[in-house]
Design a protein around this ligand. Sequence first.
Ligand code: DQQ
Length: 538
Amino acid sequence: NSMLSWQRTAFHFQPEKNWMNDPNGPLFYKGWYHFFYQYNPNGAIWGDIVWGHAVSRDLIHWLHLPLAMVPDQWYDFNGVWTGSATILPDGKIVMLYTGATNESVQVQNLAYPADPSDPLLIKWIKYSGNPVLVPPPGIHHKDFRDPTTAWLTSEGKWRIIIGSKINRTGIALVYDTKDFKTYELLDGLFHGVPGTGMWECVDFYPVSKAEDCGLDTSINGPEVKHVVKASLDDDRHDYYAIGTYHDKNSTWVPDNPEIDVGIGIRYDYGVFYASKTFYDQDKSRRILWGWIGESDSEFADVKKGWASIQSIPRTILFDNKTGTHLLQWPVQEVESLRLRSNEFDKVQVKAGSVMKLDVGSATQLDIEAEFEVDKEALDKAPESNVTFSCSSSGGSVKRGALGPFGVSVLADEALSEQTPVYFYIVKGNGGKLTTHFCTDQSRSSEATDVNKPIYGSYVPVLEGEKLSLRILVDHSIVESFAQGGRTCIASRVYPTKAIYGAARLFLFNNATDASVTASLKIWQMNSAFIRPYPSENK
Ligand code: DQQ
């Protein structure tokens, strides 16, 4: 339906049609980035799950390939579900994935490329001894899925974790293996957090305290911290925590029990789920992929014939300055799509004002902005003990002394539709300043069958730092990053008027007291080539 085609994105990964969910088995091999994903070849809703496959030279331009794996065995008859890749020291690839069996039991299976000399890895073989793991005693047969990439233990074995739950405690089971065919379930849990429910798509990886680079999954040492991530089936968000990995007793302990997995920090405060990282050995970086679903109705998805996109791959670094947060930042290759830019230097935005930023068309943008709040206003602002939260504090129209201020994207000329991305500073008791980063979807569309919440969270801002944000606008997605990627928000929006040439960009300051100074650089973004496999056209 061409009426709805404007919602398709221009530089975010998506299949030509139908339903997509989790990223699977990302890896770099012989000069190509491989991306697999949960895919329904038969419709725009979840079901009949197979592994879609695409390759890229730069994580931005993609070539769709034939389906990598389909349910053709009893042990994955009800779906080829999520899994991860491990690259062995000799360069061989092993893929572990969850199969939903003919009886809907969740089991783990092994697969490998049929022809390792093929850089496109088109054909996959399932191991004849599958399944390699079945649910252990005490684990419900539908609560055992999504094996991680394996890492080496100090004993020279491979170790993986798998998500599950026991009653309401979300857990990660831990296994060792020498050959990926037989496994030993280790005593105790790798980790678990009461009250968090089923853990899907667990992830585990090291981050460097010393260097701004990524680490291969097996790396450990004094300059290394370890991250555990779980996707909470109950609340559909991805939570991570930073902590210490103990190789000897196969456990992981969070640095701060109050910001543990599932109760602390999220990768993203918008729509972002079932994410997975991989180590890019070509550019020594760790990259995060996340599934970004739709916020319109299932009916609308079926009508438009597709559902879901993937986030722009994000580089992951440990944030040394806070020690609590990761920094997530769009991979540098996305900048190759930047076309002409407009710069706005030190624009004064008075309290209570809105200003159009004349950038021409505004549906494919990369925005970098910095804000400085008037010092006097910060000093004079009254202290308040009212707790602020983006989602429940009235959105961008609710005025406070020190916010909200920011950028409104995908707006029409009359501002009847707009998606504000903004900061909101609160001065608490004792004069302590806290900054929140939010996006407000409540006026993003005049359509009525769309979910329009207000997203956001606290963002750490350190002494002497300016407030900074980056926004990628791509038709129906707004991906926002504050303070170098400490707090991120992916929003899906479905404007009816602010589309194509009618989309505008505004700067606004809805604070009652503070004027802010804004500096922005805004690039038009080219479309990426995301192309069908040639033989499909013949
Ligand atoms: N999606 C897969 C499961 C996973 C879930 C099935 C997370 O393996 O737990 O499509 O979105």
